[in-house]
Write a protein that binds this ligand. Structure first.
Ligand SMILES: CC(C)(COP(=O)(O)OP(=O)(O)OC[C@H]1O[C@@H](n2cnc3c(N)ncnc32)[C@H](O)[C@@H]1OP(=O)(O)O)[C@@H](O)C(=O)NCCC(=O)NCCS
Length: 245
């Protein structure tokens, strides 16, 4: 099979998850039975479901094949896709936020990270503790237009892009969030974004470019972000290759 170029992405609502467990691989059912807390179990199922729908599309499989697919957690926590007990030559990153799951998927080798956040304001202490000086400066420059949430959007974008990069690095929050620095390409962020006219659940902006510098490793992830209603999505990769599709 010739792998499709670029990075595939998929957003799925929790409502799409079947009530039964037939779509889970036997090993996944065993993992699930160990997840005692209902919110964690729900998040875990949402991630697996979103990943399997994305993998099935990529591999041209049907829903009947879902139990053949398995998402195993590596020792560092990163999700790794398997088919019929063998690792797939694919890299997958996932995120769950409330009732939605996000997956990004690309052919190996690639360092890939994806993150989904609800747009919300961050406290001054949060900004001080987790953002670099340059990021704080960019955040402070957000226009304060009435009815706009430019500052909350910028703060959420910075945080999400960091999480994506830290997933791509496979460290997660074990690493200082200030060791990766986000740059948003100016054309990608309107100077003032007013509240969308359409209902928040359907309003969507196109993907816009960003970059995240690994200040310890001295290399750069290329990425993209977009707003869909109250959610903000980021994807970063190295190499960026064919981009998102
Ligand atoms: C990765 C991390 C930043 C994600 O944080 P989050 O915003 O709470 O959650 P998201 O929904 O965006 O992403 C969660 C997914 O990230 C993935 N993930 C977890 N660790 C990862 C890692 N080291 N690298 C890449 N992806 C990782 C998992 O697939 C996880 O979902 P799942 O557990 O249901 O499979 C965070 O979990 C983290 O820093 N983990 C590392 C530290 C850690 O494990 N601490 C607890 C030890 S018990």
């Amino acid at each position: 099979m010739t792998p499709p170029p670029g990075i595939a992405w998929l957003l799925q609502p929790a409502a799409a998850i079947p009530d039964h467990d037939d779509w889970l691989a036997p090993a996944e059912r065993a993992v699930q039975s160990g997840l005692r807390l209902a919110p964690r179990r729900a998040q875990w199922r949402l991630g697996r479901w979103t990943a399997k729908v994305a993998l099935a599309r990529w591999l041209d499989l049907t829903r009947d094949d879902h139990p053949r697919l398995e998402l195993r957690a590596a020792a560092d926590g990163a999700p790794e896709p398997w088919l019929d007990g063998r690792p797939l030559p694919l890299v997958l990153s996932l995120s769950h936020c409330g009732e939605h799951g996000l997956v990004a998927l690309a052919a190996a080798p690639v360092a890939l990270g994806a993150d989904l956040e609800r747009v919300e304001a961050r406290s001054p202490a949060f900004v001080r503790d987790y953002f670099t000086a340059a990021e704080q400066h960019w955040l402070a420059a957000a226009p304060a237009a009435p009815g706009a949430d430019a500052r909350a959007e910028r703060a959420t974008l910075l945080w999400s892009a960091k999480e994506s990069a830290l997933k791509a690095l496979r460290t997660g929050l074990r690493r200082d969030t200030r060791s990766v620095e986000v740059t948003v390409i100016p054309a990608g962020l309107p100077a003032a974004r007013t509240a969308p006219a359409a209902p928040p659940t359907t309003a969507a902006a196109p993907w816009a470019p960003l970059a995240v510098d690994d200040l310890e490793g001295h290399h750069r992830f290329i990425g993209a972000w977009r707003r869909i209603g109250e959610h903000l999505l980021t994807v970063v990769a190295e190499p960026w290759g064919g981009g998102l599709r």
